[in-house]
Design a protein around this ligand. Structure first.
Ligand SMILES: C[S@@+](CC[C@H](N)C(=O)[O-])C[C@H]1O[C@@H](n2cnc3c(N)ncnc32)[C@H](O)[C@@H]1O
Length: 242
């Protein structure tokens, strides 16, 4: 009898992918299917952690560059995947270096997973690097945690109109989760998808939020409005002289 009951398990993929993977069951299925369909020549991952999503990327992509700020990640995972190049550093510095290398080597980037710094600025900046490139092929950019209000704000701050190669933006490609595990009344998970194409788009680009009503409803039941208010007040409180 299956006793475990949470957002990730059981998923009946446990024998195929064994490393700790921070995605819910529905995210895992979607992530695997997207990679199975796209079979990218080159993929970049931002936020490697314990290698869960990297294990899937390594299976379906010819080559993967994986970035993490924590050096222990490389110590633990180095040599585990023959097609993976782990780079340690802040994504704000490492992404431009890797994009330059890919260009110089004539490689073809076709897939990106952004799952690194979960701040408004971090998310916006990670996404913005990819809005400066001219794609040689379709690039699927998957962003994890689009259901988290802070990350979602970062996703919305990226200027998608600045790239003529952006053809699709959906923040609720896969919906997120509420109250997962010990994260009391918090909103996490969710996959956003941004599609870049080599040809220029015709017309404007819209940030789709097909599950916006679910997001808004859950938001007001969550801890996030109070947190957001405190974040907003923090700089004002600091400025006060008593
Ligand atoms: C949520 S975990 C990634 C989970 C992984 N993608 C998975 O699905 O199992 C986030 C990772 O991003 C890394 N990280 C946080 N800020 C970063 C930054 N500025 N640059 C690069 N990596 C960062 C953390 O060290 C952590 O390992």
């Amino acid at each position: 009898m299956i006793k475990e009951q949470n957002i990730s398990f059981p998923n009946f993929l446990e024998d195929d992918f064994t490393l700790e993977w921070h995605m819910s069951r529905n995210e895992r299925y979607a992530f695997i299917k997207l990679l199975e369909k796209t079979r990218p020549k080159v993929a970049i991952e931002i936020g490697c952690f314990k290698g869960g999503s990297l294990e899937v990327l390594s299976k379906y992509a010819d080559k993967v560059y994986s970035i993490d700020i924590n050096p222990e990640v490389k110590e633990k995972l180095d040599g585990k995947f023959s097609n993976v190049d782990i780079r340690i550093g802040n994504s704000s510095e490492v992404i431009p270096q890797i994009l330059k290398e890919i260009e110089e080597k004539g490689e073809v980037l076709e897939f990106v997973l952004i799952d690194g710094e979960h701040t408004v600025k971090g998310v916006k900046n990670d996404m913005t690097h990819f809005l400066h490139i001219q794609p040689k092929s379709n690039i699927h950019i998957v962003f994890h945690d689009s259901f988290n209000p802070i990350c979602r704000r970062g996703m919305k701050k990226a200027d998608y109109t600045s790239s003529p190669f952006v053809h699709y933006v959906e923040l609720d490609f896969i919906s997120g989760v509420f109250n997962p595990g010990k994260l009391y009344r918090q909103m996490w998970g969710g996959l956003a998808l941004v599609l870049l194409k080599p040809e220029k788009r015709v017309g404007n680009i819209k940030i789709n939020e097909c599950q916006r009503k679910i997001f808004n409803t859950v938001y007001w039941k969550s801890v996030h409005p109070v947190r957001d208010k405190l974040m907003f007040l923090k700089p004002l409180i600091k400025k006060q002289k008593f």
